[in-house]
Write a protein that binds this ligand. Structure first.
Ligand code: FAD
Length: 399
């Protein structure tokens, strides 16, 4: 199969689309265009092992030049696509050049949200989305005495870990009443609140930030937290502007079906810039490596006219201190919870809805997490009594 496929965005999803086009047997041109100066790299370590100084820079790169050359992936870094013309099948770059395409993939990712707050643009107020952000935060952590993190989500909490490891007094200010509230259950939130407090992080809940200044972070309730570094961890905004301007269906993300197809012919999207329209019509965005990779595989196949929908249960992870949290499925609307505990910091929570297993959160139980993914993908719901008995080997269930 020949032609020229242009991929906008050289991140996790963009690279995977390029690779999967080759796996699917496409032998035409694959052009991968990335705004950043770096070859595609992994973002998760930026707030984890890399920020803790435990991972070298070159370990972040996903695929080296030899691999890209062998797969004939034409990677161009430091180039920004300014506009796409779906009718003319052309992508126009900021430098005035243009690429024609027979198929187009949008993998433009997301950017960190910057709330509209007085002082949010001050130099000591940072976000963490890319390698440059991470380097800047790392440098500032070396100098900082007081760090305030706005937002008690995954990235904010992982930065709190790095700040404590470097001896900074660390405060987390969260608008809601618990940590990681949009992603985990109150039980998991409470476990992590205890963990952070045990490491000396001060947590403040139900606090709206009113203003940031050189003195620190002021909340609506009048509290002032001194800060020489403020990290905003308040979510991400999909980079969907190219699609909006081109007239594609967009709703806080480029709307795609389960094969990554957009509303335009021969145009797919994957990763953080996309929003999935599920079978019931509901829109769902996932910001995860799993979705970037699996959505990209489906999108590459779709560009070649094949239907390979992505249907695996979602999974995600976070590393905080000596704890690895791994989530599979969704605990949303569960009506029963079974705990399977093997230690203070080693347990899994199995969530059921109307007798069906819908999600599992595992703390330092990687084997149970992998098993949970298999159970969820197989739509197999083990008896709650079995699950709750740590002496029972759950692996036997799948034999
Ligand atoms: P990105 O990786 O953001 O790549 C998009 C690329 O497109 C960017 O390089 C961008 O510069 C480029 N681009 C945008 N517009 C243009 C344009 N017009 N022209 C050219 N290039 C353009 N996920 C997990 O599953 N587990 C984790 O523990 C986890 N931790 C994370 C920690 C951090 C600090 C961050 C930031 C993310 C984390 N994630 C994690 C999320 C995960 O990294 C993302 O879901 C994934 O990177 C999305 O891949 P993507 O290719 O869609 O977007």
């Amino acid at each position: 199969m020949s032609g020229q496929i242009v991929i906008v965005g050289a991140g996790q999803a963009g690279l995977q689309i390029a690779e999967s086009l080759r796996t699917e047997g496409f032998d035409g041109d694959v052009i991968l265009l990335g705004k950043e100066r770096h070859a595609p790299y992994q973002r998760p370590p930026l707030s984890k092992a890399w920020l803790a100084g435990e991972t070298a820079d070159d370990r972040l790169t996903i695929r080296g030049p030899d691999f890209l050359a062998a797969k004939k992936i034409d990677l161009r870094v430091g180039v920004e696509v300014e506009r796409i013309d779906v009718g003319a099948r052309k992508a126009f770059l900021v430098d005035g050049s243009a690429f024609s395409w027979t198929g187009l993939a949008l993998a433009t990712g997301a950017r960190a949200r910057r709330p509209d707050l007085p002082g949010a643009e001050l130099p000591h107020v940072r976000v963490l989305r890319d390698f440059e952000d991470a380097k800047e935060i790392s440098h500032r952590l070396d100098e900082a005495a007081n760090v305030v993190i706005i937002g008690g989500g995954f990235i904010g909490l992982e930065v709190a870990v790095a700040a404590r490891k470097r001896g900074c007094a660390t405060v987390v200010v969260e608008a809601l009443d618990r940590l990681m509230a949009r992603a985990v259950t109150p039980e998991i939130s409470a476990f992590f609140a205890d963990l952070h407090r045990a490491h000396g992080v001060e947590l403040f809940f139900g606090e709206q930030v009113a203003e940031i200044s050189d003195a620190g972070v002021k909340t609506a309730s009048g509290a002032l937290f001194p800060a020489d570094l403020v990290v905003l961890g308040v979510g991400a905004v999909p980079n969907d502007e190219l699609a909006v301007a081109a007239g594609l269906d967009v709703s806080r993300g480029i709307v795609v079906d389960d094969c990554g197809r957009t509303s335009a012919t021969d145009v797919v999207a994957a990763g953080d810039c996309a929003v999935l329209r599920r079978g019931d019509g509901a829109l769902r965005r996932f910001e995860s490596v799993q979705y970037a990779v699996e959505g990209a595989k489906a999108a590459a196949a779709a560009l070649l006219g094949r239907s390979k929908p992505f249907s695996a249960a979602p999974w995600f992870w976070s590393d905080q201190y000596d704890v690895k949290l791994q989530m599979a499925g969704s605990s949303e609307n569960h009506d029963a919870l079974i705990e399977r505990r093997s230690g203070d910091k080693a347990f899994s929570l199995f969530y059921y809805r109307q007798g069906e297993l819908v999600g599992v959160d595992s703390v330092n139980r990687p084997g149970e997490h992998l098993l949970a993914r298999k159970l969820l993908d197989a739509h197999f719901s083990p008896e709650p009594a079995l699950v709750g008995d740590p002496a029972r080997d759950l692996r036997l269930l799948l034999r």
